[in-house]
Design a protein around this ligand. Structure first.
Ligand code: NAD
Ligand code: TYD
Length: 341
């Protein structure tokens, strides 16, 4: 492995992964291939902009010619695919781009990987397993049971990756991560949205009773696990990556507010998300057996993330003043009226 294409590498997790890889390894060239949708942001990669081992190509993973040209130009031997539309609420409003990128785009990358004999790694999510009842945790062989258009687009990607392993012997692996938080997350996701709202003393729109459970994990822990699977994972296998501990959204908000020294009355319970998965829970024995452990608990990850947003207004203020404002009105405008006491 020498020349690694990181698709979606200008997004939140992809950029953290690129920074991690360039810091840890001297001998890899990283080519970020990213469409720069609203969620892609070259500010995330400023730190490595002048690094000769880093290149950027603006392109869509659905564009087979551009993917082909990029593989040839950089003599790529590996693809790590982070590219996706990633926000459940947007997938409920308009699923089209989710299906395009998650299904067709994944297919385009797999075809290119097959043609050139590339190592392929797919970034997936715990959401492919669907809602998990209390007392249970998902193992990698569980049936995929996605319930939102976002989750269905990701599960479709996983099935395609698996099919290319079985049918064409393509050297693939998949990682299924729980909710990531940390630097450079677009402030539509709950933790950066609530952190930035709290800093500005704006209300925090908590869906329903706020007792939904998520495994909030620190993004760099997730990146270390992806790195490990890329190097040591068994081909054809999927690996769950999480903290192994779950947290209700209400707990997450309390830690955020305490860290930022803001009052609890900023919390506003609003109309719940349609089809909201109440609980995800990952069994992470398999990735632990490969030699990985999370370095942060969920509580540490939430607090550390809140501090990053407090200290990095340069990064998020310009985002929140652009396209975001229109989205926020569309997504939350009607919700404030249905606020529960
Ligand atoms: P993000 O929305 O911050 O970034 C996605 C990136 O993909 C952006 O840079 C965007 O420009 C790019 N992109 C979108 N469509 C593209 C296309 N057609 N061609 C090329 N580039 C395209 O997302 P993220 O949170 O960094 O998530 C990255 C990956 O990790 C996704 O596959 C997501 O499903 C998965 N994941 C995310 C989480 C999470 O908590 N955020 C958890 C588990 C798995
Ligand atoms: P989110 O960050 O959108 O990630 P996902 O839906 O992929 O897990 O949401 C995390 C949790 O926070 C989820 O239970 C929904 C909830 N949530 C709110 O309560 N209010 C919000 O404004 C958002 C965006 C999410």
């Amino acid at each position: 492995m020498k020349n690694i294409i990181v698709t979606g590498g200008a997004g939140f997790i992809g950029a953290n992964f690129v920074l991690h890889m360039l810091q840890k390894y001297d001998n890899y060239n990283i080519i970020v291939y990213d469409k720069l949708t609203y969620a892609g942001n070259l500010d995330n990669l400023l730190e490595v902009a002048d690094d000769p081992r880093y290149s950027f190509v603006q392109g869509d993973i659905c564009d087979a010619e551009m993917v082909e040209a990029t593989i040839q130009k950089y003599n790529a031997d590996t693809i790590v695919n982070f590219a996706a539309e990633t926000h459940v609420d947007r997938s409920i409003m308009n699923p089209d781009a989710f299906i395009q990128t998650g299904v067709y785009g994944t297919y385009v990358l797999l075809e290119a990987a097959k043609k050139h004999g590339l190592r392929y790694h797919q970034i997936s999510t715990d959401e492919v397993y669907g809602h998990i009842p209390e007392g249970q945790s998902s193992v990698e062989t569980d049936k995929l049971d996605p319930r939102s258009p976002y989750a269905a687009s990701k599960a479709s990607g996983d099935l395609l990756v698996n099919a290319y392993f079985i049918t064409y012997d393509l050297p693939v692996t998949i990682t299924r991560g729980s909710n990531n938080i940390g630097p450079f997350q677009y402030p539509e996701k709950v933790v950066p949205l609530f952190a930035t709202n709290a800093i500005d003393e704006e209300p925090l729109p908590l869906y329903g009773d706020g007792r939904q459970m998520r495994e909030y994990q620190y993004v760099l822990d997730h990146c270390e696990a992806i790195d490990l699977v890329l190097h040591k994972g068994k081909l054809g296998e999927a690996y769950n990556i999480g903290t192994g501990e779950e947290m209700e959204n209400v707990q997450m908000v309390e830690i955020l507010l305490e860290t930022l020294n803001r009052p609890k009355d900023l919390i506003k319970h609003v109309k719940d998300r349609e089809g909201h998965d109440r609980r995800y829970s990952l069994n992470i024995d398999k990735i632990k057996a490969l030699g990985w452990q999370p370095r942060h608990t969920s509580a540490e990850a939430v607090a550390k993330t809140a501090v990053w947003y407090r200290e990095n207004e340069w990064w998020w203020r310009k985002i929140k003043s652009g396209e975001f404002k229109e989205y926020y009105e569309r997504q939350y405008g009607h919700r404030w009226q249905t606020e529960k006491e």
